[in-house]
Design a protein around this ligand. Structure first.
Ligand SMILES: CC(C)(COP(=O)(O)OP(=O)(O)OC[C@H]1O[C@@H](n2cnc3c(N)ncnc32)[C@H](O)[C@@H]1OP(=O)(O)O)[C@@H](O)C(=O)NCCC(=O)NCCS
Length: 137
């Protein structure tokens, strides 16, 4: 059974490991420590299998990032994290690599639409798509 809860201090090493396995330029542990309150973790039988970071900026909610441990992908855990954070009152936005088909699929499924491209947003020169979700749009 998947259980979602706020990230605690002791969860950070596992979250950092999943981050390392998931991204070309992983965020260092210090960033997770500073932003501890912004993260939620998903557990499967006590084992942390994924996380999502969200941050409120003015009246919009920014999805900072989301990752699922490679061994647990494709089992609906990413969708569970999205369902947990989304609501029909606030506007949500995020950036995603143009090449990241899996993530785009999840976001599109939950009503995110591409509104902009940020040229060379990532350190390797890849563009980011800015996606936004407006309630009931
Ligand atoms: C993106 C990510 C979080 C998705 O998590 P997940 O738990 O594997 O996704 P789910 O199992 O909930 O799948 C959600 C939907 O996305 C689609 N999807 C998942 N993996 C996919 C893939 N590799 N290619 C295409 N579509 C995919 C599925 O079709 C699924 O919809 P369905 O149930 O209607 O079939 C995960 O792949 C991941 O951690 N990737 C590396 C980190 C990353 O890129 N994070 C996003 C940064 S913006």
């Amino acid at each position: 059974m998947i259980v979602i809860s706020p990230m605690k201090d002791k969860d950070i090493p596992v979250v950092v490991e999943i981050e390392r396995l998931s991204f070309k330029y992983p965020k260092p542990e210090a960033v997770f420590r500073e932003d501890e309150h912004k993260y939620l973790v998903a557990r499967d039988d006590e084992q942390i299998v994924g996380y999502i970071g969200i941050e409120k900026i003015l009246d919009e909610v920014h999805i900072i990032n989301m990752a699922i441990h490679p061994s647990y992908r494709g089992k609906g855990i990413g969708k569970r994290l999205m369902q947990h954070v989304l609501n029909d009152e606030e506007v949500f936005f995020l950036e995603v690599r143009v090449s990241n088909e899996a993530a785009k699929k999840v976001y599109e499924k939950y009503g995110f639409k591409v509104i902009n491209t940020r040229k060379e947003y990532y350190a390797d020169g890849e563009d980011a798509l800015v996606m936004r979700r407006i309630p009931n749009e």
